[in-house]
Design a protein around this ligand. Sequence first.
Ligand SMILES: Cc1cc2nc3c(=O)[nH]c(=O)nc-3n(C[C@H](O)[C@H](O)[C@H](O)COP(=O)(O)OP(=O)(O)OC[C@H]3O[C@@H](n4cnc5c(N)ncnc54)[C@H](O)[C@@H]3O)c2cc1C
Length: 504
Amino acid sequence: MSLSEELYREFAAIVGEKNISREEYILAGNRAQTPEIPMAHKSADAILLPGSAEEVAQIVRLCNKHRIEYVGVVAGCIPTAYSTRENSIIMHFKRMNRILEINEEDRYAVIEPGVRHIQLYPEVRKRGLSYTAAAVGPGGSVLVNIACTGGDHHVQYGTSRPTRYLLGVEMVTPEGEILRTGSLQTGSGWFCPESPGPSLRSIVKGYAGNAGKLGIVTKIAVALDRCKGPAEIRTEGISPHHKVFMDSDCSRVYVFNYKDIQDVCRAMLALGEAEVCATVQKYFYLPLTLMMTDSANEFWKKWTGGYKEALSMPLVVHIAAHSLREREYEEKILFDVVRETGGERIPRELEKWWEEHMDYFMIVSRLQSVLRLGGSWLPQKAGAESVQHMCDVCESIGTYIHDFTDTGKIFDAPENYQIIPMEYSHFASNELLIMWDRTDPKAMSYVGELGAVSRATDAKRHFYSSSPGVAGKAGEATGRLYSNVHVWMGRIREAFDPFYQSGL
Ligand SMILES: Cc1cc2nc3c(=O)[nH]c(=O)nc-3n(C[C@H](O)[C@H](O)[C@H](O)COP(=O)(O)OP(=O)(O)OC[C@H]3O[C@@H](n4cnc5c(N)ncnc54)[C@H](O)[C@@H]3O)c2cc1C
């Protein structure tokens, strides 16, 4: 159904005629989710470009009045950023893309939703500051990353999850009210996520974010860290065939391969205990090989020509010290730990690739090439617990995944999981990335089967291995492990969203 002329005029009166469109070619460009989504792509009836929180609030109220679904979007990298039914509109935040303040003294930046990593990061880095970000790529929204979605990322060993970096928040509630949280409430500025009275911090962003279901976030303050690593990053070539260099004696990248995940676990814990190195992670080998190649053909050549074995369980380490002496100290501990835990340095030509691609979020500007094979992909598990627990969970994958990888049901990469410690190995996140042939009509049923076996194994072994807070049956199964979080989430949604029960 398309919007009535009268309603279209009402929306246009809020954002201005040039900031609304219902042209088919504009709608079409905003309805295609990523290819692995098997369902038909629904179309929104119009796309609006609001310019302020006040305009967002008016749009939400008008949508409520006419029972219209609204979806917020910036880069549109995940399926929830798309319309799911008729009688819906999209709010694109490309006009709300201002960096409002960078406060060097109190170390925070205030931004709108349309600010992308490529916009904010160079600005803060110039000032010797940095922030944590998920590995979505330079075009992803900083605000969405930090306040609305997932959050685990590749540099969190020496820092933490983006959740921890969220300070003051301005948002429009599902009722269309503009709400300011944290220190903003008392007019004390953006610096603090908490204030007198009940905290709303976990409502805005719990572990995984609510993807716009509890309101549209219109401004946030992001906490900034002192930057680790050189301020200057040199690039060569043109994306995607570019290289990135950190020309500094204080920066070094090392990659070691392991045979046993329990040895990786010991290495992560020992490095964390010594509080050395900036980044430590067990990376997944299939995306890694994809990133290291420039075409699907080159990928197959390298994957079958030794990369699968050479990189079967890679531990990637970045040292970003403040002085040469500190770097040498960290290297000494690192090499002792690796020797004691049985790691082996990978061949130099492979390690060199990392040296040439360590951009500010670790290989991020190269990340989208993991989608090159053209099949489908899905992250599974994606939870967080202690380093030991995450390693045990990933070890258990080997007990069931071969029924799928050895039989061609999914891509034959049984060790394709990552474990990233946080806060110097005080805890860690995990993610099992599966890929499959999306032209196989049975593929989705295999993926469902694998998910069910994985959940059953986790429940049997009392593994806290998946993000709580996912909708549907999977969410119920996981929620039971986390004090029935799915029930509590339903209640919170009911309290915030006037139309939740009616399914709108
Ligand atoms: C290759 C790849 C790798 C990724 N790696 C990671 C990773 O390592 N870690 C991780 O956490 N995520 C990862 N992601 C997932 C995701 O892309 C990120 O979480 C990212 O932050 C989304 O930003 P975006 O600009 O694409 O948001 P969008 O896709 O535009 O929006 C994401 C969700 O937020 C909602 N939303 C948009 N704007 C607002 C707003 N102002 N207020 C409230 N809700 C809003 C949307 O409706 C949607 O539900 C990855 C995605 C891809 C494609």
